[in-house]
Ligand binder design. Structure first.
Ligand SMILES: Nc1nc2c(c(=O)[nH]1)N[C@H]1C(S)=C(S)[C@@H](COP(=O)(O)OP(=O)(O)OC[C@H]3O[C@@H](n4cnc5c(=O)[nH]c(N)nc54)[C@H](O)[C@@H]3O)O[C@H]1N2
Ligand SMILES: Nc1nc2c(c(=O)[nH]1)N[C@H]1C(S)=C(S)[C@@H](COP(=O)(O)OP(=O)(O)OC[C@H]3O[C@@H](n4cnc5c(=O)[nH]c(N)nc54)[C@H](O)[C@@H]3O)O[C@H]1N2
Ligand code: SF4
Ligand SMILES: [Mo]
Length: 859
């Protein structure tokens, strides 16, 4: 047993983990929260808690591949270096691009940036943070003169009001959510959620403001104008620390976009609580007016002096574990390195620091433009690292066309078959979480170590090492001659002397002399301190700027009358390459849902549990319908997670257009124009089997992880031979041709169930849970298997709410009927919510629903 302290693989909360590794080489690990880590003090959410389920070798890319053939590292690296050199020689440095990720470590990111901007000689490195934080970065730069988050998590412990703007915190940053809840318990902090949807976060708020999509800028302008009328500005702060765009104060009076009653409530809460943190996330950033939204929020905090004080400030929360580290080193195409720009002097300084032969001339292409340039044949060599753009970029059919046209696509990933890897000429196997060794920076600028838990499997290598080896082959061995991440970290830390010298906040120079042992033992530390802008804003004048912002013009389209929102699920991470492997996590939302208001469902003939297709000018995708009063009328919402590897038609990024924010280049993922069509498949079926299949020609299919394999949901038109989807073995079958019912169970050696299929044309299908549990076992009788349920029926638990303890909605309702009245009491009866706590908002919601029903019944 070895105990290793590391950092969670997933979100930007950056929780510390204490891992107990069995050490016998079987990749067994027990994971608990690190009590000493400042980000989480021991707490973990469902994704962090179940990390151990996703560190197996299933699906891993374990050796370099050239085309479909295994290759040696030498051959693969030679090929990548030759192709890149050749491309530069023939078409110039701008014909080469890297598309990287906030899931790289800072050390990896640093090497990628150095190689591209100093040696290849182009600015064409951009990151998936473009889809994620770019608008917040641009807003920080405009207001503060530097991309600095002015808050710390400790502000959440000391605040009286938390405004959550476009953030489903309870699902996407659950440990931050739990921290806010603790503060509420302690000091009665108010929570306001500004989100078009009534999310589980919104349900727990003191006030939910269901604004129209992209209504944030108008709302914040109107709010500031009202605070001005009420005398709630901070004149001294405005005089000493802030300057305003000309005409700033004249342009504020906007229609707030919500009812006068609701607006008054919001204004009252805000006026009464000067200690206010505004936490904002993708509902703000992912918009064609995203930068303006960020500045509208920051303007409000600057003008009211609600910044640089304990418990107050505009807090852009990051998504990925190392989104912030990427922003530091220069992973975005419009930053040179270490928060520097591209002026003559900055380029000269960076060039000298790196001893770079080919410092780039200026900024490179931002992600969406980068893929346009690939499509046009201007970029001819692309290296993708730790991101899955064929799924996550908008208009993904276009992205796929671009990838298929690109003469060289190199993909560094940990998984063999991702949607993007299908376009790769060369695939390079990287270390994954659990093998990686380096640092990440979280939302509050806290740098923590990720440490290796296991020996690297197969021939996998560290991302930085792969790049350094390619650089060496291109003739730059000396400049990339590290043999451990500590050396890279020191070089990066030293490089921040350049930002420091320019009066910037980013300064890690005191870590530049860390010994290897110090690096090994590094404790989490926060650059910039708790309130990094307290003394001076890093602008030329030293003052912050109030930026005039205008609400974007509303978009309407007769062909596409609905607004399309895309969002995340509590227990899935992005393109599901890792969380999709966990049976526990897959229980919460096994299929992609189209959430639609009941009135719209009726208009368009959609039924709850049926199928619906969403269509936009870019493409279409198919989902399971969920009728929900949490949606506003005229708006639908779909998840971003499903890929071609996981589903037939459920990949959402076929839908968004390439429209981006003009300042930040971030796509407007949250407000597209769409229409919906109800589907009535001729047949529906589900299949369980141990391995992965990819059915073709169906209206709809998805797969989700179950304990011993996969559960497939299928639907289609016309004829279907469901037996063709099953493996060989002893087959037992019942059929009712008239009703179009067919059920098949396949037993393997020893009688264990190796697969089963249930098809119907007009009837019901058995519930999935029991059948899924039988896979790989020989316990059920043939009659039971064909019935799809045990002879002594099990209680129906309903949809699973608590994945840690497998507790369903019905279990919780039962507990409530028996008298449980609080989340804690439900936990006492059922254990739900007593482990990671990610489901506690859902339990609270169910309690609310049950008590409303009771009240109504009593009346
Ligand atoms: N479970 C889980 N957690 C994650 C991730 C994950 O994949 N799964 N990913 C991580 C990453 S990289 C990121 S970036 C974060 C994202 O974290 P969040 O930003 O919280 O996640 P989203 O669900 O994308 O969007 C948040 C909300 O914005 C709302 N919204 C849409 N349009 C508007 C609007 O115009 N105005 C306002 N105010 N709100 C709007 C949506 O309805 C949605 O509820 O999560 C991180 N954490
Ligand atoms: N419609 C819509 N689209 C969105 C969003 C949205 O809200 N709506 N959100 C956007 C946002 S905020 C984000 S952050 C992106 C995320 O989108 P992506 O970055 O495309 O999503 P991931 O699934 O996290 O992709 C990470 C890839 O890297 C691999 N990987 C994991 N660890 C490592 C490693 O250490 N090294 C290497 N080389 N590979 C590794 C994984 O297997 C996976 O293939 O999606 C964006 N797209
Ligand atoms: S909140 Fe959850 S996913 Fe995010 S870092 Fe913490 S444990 Fe990991
Ligand atoms: Mo993100």
């Amino acid at each position: 047993m070895k105990v290793i302290r590391t950092t969670c693989a997933y979100c930007g909360v950056g929780c510390g983990i204490t891992a107990e590794v069995s050490g016998d080489g079987d990749r067994g690990v027990a994971i608990v929260g690190d009590r000493q880590h400042p980000a989480n003090s021991g707490r973990l959410c469902s994704k962090g808690t179940h990390l151990a389920e996703t560190v197996g070798l299933e699906g891993r890319l374990l050796r370099p591949m050239i085309g479909q053939g295994e290759a040696s590292w030498d051959d693969a690296l030679d090929l990548v270096a030759d192709r890149m050199s050749d491309c530069i020689a023939r078409h110039g440095p701008e014909s080469v691009a890297f598309y990287v990720s906030g899931q790289l470590l800072t050390e990896d990111y640093y090497v990628a940036n150095k190689l591209m901007k100093g040696f290849v000689g182009s600015g064409n490195i951009d990151t998936n943070s473009r889809l994620c934080m770019a608008s917040a970065v641009a807003a920080h730069n405009r207001a503060f003169g530097e991309d600095v988050v002015p808050c710390s998590y400790e502000d959440l412990d000391a605040t009286d009001l938390v405004l959550l703007v476009g953030s489903n915190t309870a699902w996407c940053h659950p440990v931050v959510w739990q921290r806010i809840e603790k503060t509420r318990e302690r000091r009665g902090t108010k929570i306001v959620v500004i989100d078009p949807r009534r999310t589980e976060t919104a349900e727990q708020a003191d006030l939910h403001v269901p604004i129209a999509p992209d209504g944030d800028t108008a709302l914040f302008n109107a709010l500031l104008a009202e605070m001005n009328r009420r005398g709630k500005l901070d004149p001294a702060f405005l005089r000493d620390r802030v300057e305003a765009d000309a005409g700033f104060w004249d342009g504020l009076d906007c229609d707030p976009g919500v009812t006068p009653g609701l607006f008054a409530k919001l204004c009252n809460i805000v006026a009464e609580h000067p200690r206010m943190v505004t936490l904002f996330s993708q509902g703000a950033n992912q918009s064609v007016g995203g930068t303006d939204k960020g500045n509208a929020i920051i303007n409000f905090h600057l003008a009211t002096g609600r910044i640089n004080r304990i418990g107050a400030g505009p807090f852009s929360i990051t998504g990925q574990p190392n989104a912030m580290g990427g922003r530091e080193v220069g992973g975005l195409a419009n930053t040179l390195a270490c928060h520097l720009g591209f002026s003559e002097q900055e380029r000269a300084d960076v060039s000298a620091f790196w001893a770079a032969p080919n410092i780039c001339a200026g900024p490179g292409l931002k992600a969406v433009d980068m893929f346009r340039a690939i499509h046009q044949g201007k970029i001819r060599f692309l290296w993708v690292m730790a991101t899955n753009p064929a799924v996550s970029l908008p208009d993904s059919q276009f992205v796929r066309e671009a990838l298929s046209r690109c003469p060289t696509v190199v993909v560094s990933d940990i998984i063999a078959d991702t949607d993007t890897a299908r376009f790769a000429h060369v695939r390079l196997p990287a270390h994954g979480w659990g093998e990686k060794d380096g640092t990440v920076t979280n939302s509050e600028r806290c740098v923590s170590r990720q440490r290796a838990l296991f020996a690297a499997p197969g021939q996998t290598r560290a991302d930085w090492k792969i790049m350094a080896d390619v650089a060496a082959r291109m003739g730059w061995a000396e400049s990339f001659a590290w043999d451990k991440p500590a050396q890279i970290f020191r070089e990066y830390a030293l490089m921040t002397s350049l930002s420091k010298a320019r009066g910037k906040v980013l300064d890690l120079t005191h870590h530049a002399r860390l010994s290897d042992d110090d690096y090994e033992a590094m404790e989490p530390f926060q650059w910039g301190g708790e309130r990094p802008l307290a003394w001076r804003f890093p602008t030329e004048s030293g003052k912050a700027r109030l930026v005039s912002v205008r609400p974007p013009a509303p978009v309407t389209s007769a062909d596409f009358p609905l607004r399309l929102n895309t969002a995340r699920y509590r227990d899935q991470w992005h393109t599901m390459t890792r969380t999709g492997l966990s049976a526990t996590l897959s229980q919460h939302r096994p299929e992609p849902l189209l959430e639609v208001h009941p009135a719209d469902a009726e208009t368009f003939g959609l039924v709850d549990g049926g199928l619906g297709r969403v269509e936009t000018a870019s493409g279409s995708a198919v989902y399971r319908v969920q009728v929900s009063t949490g949606q506003r009328r005229g708006e639908v919402c779909v998840p971003m997670h499903w890929t071609d590897a996981m589903a037939g038609e459920g990949r959402s990024n076929r839908l968004p257009s390439q429209a981006v924010d003009p300042v930040s280049g971030q796509p407007g993922f949250k407000n597209g124009a769409a229409r919906v069509v109800a589907l009535s498949p001729a047949w529906r079926a589900f299949v369980v089997r141990g391995d992965v299949i990819a059915p073709e020609g169906l209206l709809y299919w998805t797969r989700s992880r179950i304990k011993a394999g996969w559960l497939y949901e299928l639907a289609g038109e016309g004829a279907i031979d469901i037996s063709a989807l099953l493996p060989d073995g002893e087959r037992l079958e019942v059929a009712d041709i008239a009703r179009g019912m067919r059920r098949i169970a396949v037993r393997g050696e020893g009688g264990s169930l190796v697969a089963a299929a249930y098809l119907t044309r007009s009837g019901e299908l058995p519930s999935r849970g029991w059948v899924a549990d039988q896979l790989g076992l020989d316990e059920a009788s043939t009659a039971e298997l064909l019935a799809g349920r045990p002879s002594t029926p099990l209680p129906d638990r309903g949809p699973i709410v608590c994945v840690c303890h497998g507790v369903g909605e019905k279990d919780i309702e039962l507990a409530v009927n028996e008298g449980a009245a609080t989340v804690a009491e439900v936990g006492g009866c059922t254990r739900a919510g007593t482990n990671c706590g990610s489901c506690r908002p859902a339990i609270a919601r169910l309690l609310e629903v049950c008590s409303t029903l009771e009240r109504e019944a009593a009346e």
